[in-house]
Design a protein around this ligand. Sequence first.
Ligand code: KIV
Ligand code: ZN
Length: 447
Amino acid sequence: MASTRITIFDTTLRDGEQSPGCSMNVHEKVRLARQLDRLGVDVIEAGFPIASDGDFAAVQAVAAAVPRPIIAGLARAARHDIERAAQALEAAVRPRIHVFLATSDIHLQHKLRISRQQCLDQAAQSVRLARTFCDDVEFSPEDATRTDPEFLFQVLEAVIQAGARTLNIPDTVGYTVPLEFGELIRNIRERVRGVEQATISTHCHNDLGLAVANSLVAVANGARQVECTINGIGERAGNASLEEIVMALRVRSDRYPFETSIATEELYPTSQMLEEITGIPVQPNKAIIGRNAFAHEAGIHQDGMLKNRLTYEIMTPQSVGVPDSKLVLGKHSGRHALSLRCEQLGYHFERRELDEIYRRFVVLADEIKHVHDHHLLELIRQTYGDSRRIPPGRVASGAAASAVAAGAEDASRKPSPGTPVDFSVVGLTSIPTSDHLSEQEDYLWGV
Ligand code: KIV
Ligand code: ZN
């Protein structure tokens, strides 16, 4: 049976751009939109045309430059906004107008100062107006998760009747929790009249760190579009991270039998491009695309990785576009990884000799935290001079290549500003043999 498709709606260029420090000019937006196209997203929300002339121009330029995906422009539920969005989208092959209006009492009373009835009328009228420009209209009841559910259902029914074909349910302030959000989506699917004519979508913010979990539980309960951003950027704590959602769906397809159109090996290049354009570094431990996502420092983990990568990796780095895993040498590392790096640097040690190198290495790593190749080479030379150097003809070509590859890999995983990253890194293309030891002994010695 064919699995169900989840539409990936990328809002990096709109909500993502609302992150402090993440604004992009027209040229940068077009560059990133082209990469989002290569990544395979279904919808690109290119901007909020009424917000500024720059935003208008960016939506126009993206619409003209990227014909395959749907290009969405955001509009408040107001005539001028909708007209401006329609105008900006004129060149789009598949335009979408995304209309939003807050529905929670907090927003109605304090921000919009309108009644529920006025809200209901304005939502329906705006969607009707948007439909005069474009067949593809999405409606978002802003702050949906803090809206009285009965009123939310009424609004959704009204906008479906007015012609909305996507019902996006934003957790605008990142307030909801998975069980509650799943229930809300299920109730929308079961109780809103006419819902079968529309696609239910989610748009989760990350204020409690739950944006991805909430998006996934929504999918499990009937949402078929997910709004998300590269690197999880977005207003305040950000949006649900595209790469995490896509890889969760892929790695756990046993639990989530859904497909996306994403070319996952483009995830890392896209993340890197965004980091380069905005100058906002990705946190090192960020899932999927962070610098440490495929880096192993603990000796026990490194030992497992050298024996079989399945021990500590649930996906291959290549599947998300990262060149390779790396074993970082630090004070938690073990003899196996150290020995391999020494070989890659052109030195071979017998077991007892390596014990001595290891003892000194741990003291050094404790002292200086980040051990680089030149530190390791100095330590080797201080201990044994050049006597343990492998003669040039005998350096295994695989070992030499992986030593180079380790450097190259570091260069490709660009450092975040101000963060030292060129630790001594072990390439994983050659694995040392230790057949003189029993497996258990080898494990205990190696870590
Ligand atoms: O977070 C939000 O509610 C939004 C809407 C405009 C969809 O970004
Ligand atoms: Zn948002």
